[in-house]
Structures are given as structure tokens and as C-alpha cells.
Design a binder for this molecule. Structure first.
Ligand code: ATR
Length: 271
């Protein structure tokens, strides 16, 4: 029952209409009987929006594309992990102080660790943008050997230098991708308007590889469909939303997240 004491949480982004965070967190609030609600807000002027949410005493703000970097300018404190990654995806309002951190990296690692051991493995990361930074940070924490592949080689080289990665390649060096034990797509290739496009050719995927796509709309991307056909161990992108989301829920509530309920809410709404 929503009343005058209800804690209000939200996700901000633009676009935000397709976010599954409201279903996922409201299902968890209901399960635990918490007097909290989670809404989605499309934001145009980020600085003004953050100032308003603080004034209106929102208790937590989840941040999605394209605001994850810029919002760092408008919060009061940022934890060192998010600083290193260069992006935040959750802000807590701690008695008027906006404190921000990043759960994308741990969401990605929890998704992978459910299906394989990462420590000591050679991982091919495709992409060198913001999403790649969170994934690469996580892989380094897990002591993987990271090879980075990007359409623009210069960006791969820069990222490899910053995060002390093993090697950087241009994306068309597919023979090297084939040598890795794990392949992760961190680009938006495979999403609308490129549904049906894969970031790499299907025939380089081997049956003994683990293949993870952080794209989760559509649920079954061309890349993961190809990987499955090739007999690879597949990790779906919605798992990163789920495991990043369970951490966010625990930060918001200080309670253990009901992961099964959250997973069902997500899966019921996947396209
Ligand atoms: P995000 O924050 O979502 O990672 P980004 O920082 O703009 O977004 O990074 C997008 C990444 O996807 C980049 O690595 C980009 O490659 P370039 O550095 O060459 O631009 C990659 N990317 C986007 N579209 C791509 C495509 N059609 N083919 C290959 N890589 C693509």
C-alpha cells in the first residue's frame, strides 16, 4: 500500500521506456513486504533532474544510458571502483548526500561465474567503450587474461594500456578471438536497429568456448544463437541485469535480494 511513508526509487535514462528495472525491483519489494516503489523517469536535463530527485528525497536512483558518465559530475561522493571504471549506475541518497557506485562489473562477473571459472582464463572482450570498461575491470579483479578487440584499434590499445591488459587487436583479427576460452560482446551490435547482426562471424566460435553477450534486447541475439548452434556454453545478457540488480536491491534495502522472484519478473518481460 503506497502511503505518505513510501520510499521512492527510480531509474533515469533516455530512452527508459524499455527498462525492466521497475518490474524487477517492485516484484522484490512486494515479496519482502517493503513500503517502497520503483518508477522509471525519462531525463532530458540531467543536472536539473538529479538536483530535483535529491530535493524530492528519492532514496535511490538507478542510472542507465546515456547518463552513466555525466551523472558523476552531479553527485556528492563516488566510490573508488566507479571512479576507476569511469561510470556509475546506482546513486543512494544517504541523508541528503548522493553516494554513487557501479554494479555493472559485478553483475557481469556473477553472470559468467555461474557458467564457468574465469580465473586464469583467456577472455576476448569485444568493444572498448563504457560497457567494456566495467567488464574489463571485473575480469581483472577475477584474474583473467584479457585480450581486447575493437573496430577502432586505437581505442583498444588505449584501454589495454589503462587497465594493463594482455593484448589489444583490431576486431577483424578473428583467428585470435577463436583462440580465447571466453568471448564477451560489450558493443551494442545485435540490438535494434541491428537485430540479426553479430559482432563476429559464427564460424570462429568453438564448442569449448563460453560466450556472453551483454545485449539483452532481444533476449536471444544473433551472436548467442550462433554460439548455441556451434555448441558453445552460452550466457544471456539479462543475467547481468539480474545480478547487477540484486546488488542494487541490497544496497537500496540492506536486505538479501529475492533473486528468484527478480529473475521471474525479468524473464516474464524479456522480448
Ligand atoms: P557503451 O557505453 O555502450 O560501451 P560506447 O562507449 O559508445 O558505448 O562504445 C561503443 C563500443 O561499441 C565501441 O567499442 C564501438 O567501437 P568503436 O570504438 O570502433 O566505435 C563498438 N561498436 C559500436 N558499433 C559497432 C559496430 N557496428 N561494429 C563494431 N563495433 C561497434
Amino acid at each position: 500500500m503506497i502511503d505518505a511513508k513510501t520510499k521512492i526509487c527510480c531509474i533515469i535514462g533516455n530512452p527508459v521506456e524499455h527498462s525492466l528495472s521497475p518490474q524487477m525491483h517492485n516484484a522484490a519489494f512486494n515479496k519482502l513486504g517493503l513500503n517502497s516503489v520503483f518508477v522509471a523517469i525519462k531525463v532530458f536535463n540531467l543536472q536539473e533532474a538529479v538536483r530535483a530527485l535529491k530535493q524530492l528525497n528519492f532514496s535511490a536512483i538507478v542510472v542507465t544510458v546515456p547518463h552513466k558518465q555525466e551523472v558523476m559530475n552531479y553527485v556528492d561522493e563516488i566510490d573508488p571502483t566507479a571512479q576507476k571504471i569511469g561510470a556509475v549506475n546506482i546513486i543512494l541518497n544517504k541523508h541528503g548526500i548522493l553516494w554513487a557506485t557501479n554494479t555493472d562489473w559485478s553483475g557481469a562477473m556473477d553472470s559468467l561465474k555461474e557458467k564457468t571459472i574465469i580465473s586464469g582464463k583467456t577472455v576476448a572482450v569485444i568493444g572498448a567503450g563504457g560497457a567494456a570498461r566495467a567488464v574489463v575491470y571485473g575480469l581483472k579483479q577475477e584474474k583473467a587474461r584479457v585480450w581486447i578487440f575493437n573496430r577502432t584499434e586505437k581505442k583498444a590499445v588505449e584501454l589495454a594500456k589503462e587497465f594493463d591488459l594482455d593484448k589489444a587487436f583490431k576486431l577483424n583479427e578473428t583467428a585470435k578471438i577463436s583462440e580465447a576460452e571466453v568471448i564477451i560482446n560489450t558493443t551494442s551490435v545485435g540490438m535494434e536497429p541491428g537485430i540479426g547482426i553479430s559482432p563476429i562471424p559464427a564460424d570462429i566460435i568453438r564448442s569449448n568456448q563460453t560466450v556472453f553477450d551483454i545485449v539483452y534486447t532481444p533476449h536471444k541475439t544473433k551472436f548467442l544463437k550462433s554460439a548455441k548452434q556451434r555448441g558453445a556454453n552460452v550466457v544471456y545478457g539479462y543475467k547481468m541485469v539480474l545480478y547487477g540488480g540484486t546488488r542494487i536491491f541490497e544496497l537500496m534495502t540492506d536486505k538479501k535480494a529475492p533473486a528468484k522472484i527478480m529473475e521471474k519478473a525479468l524473464k516474464d518481460n524479456l522480448l
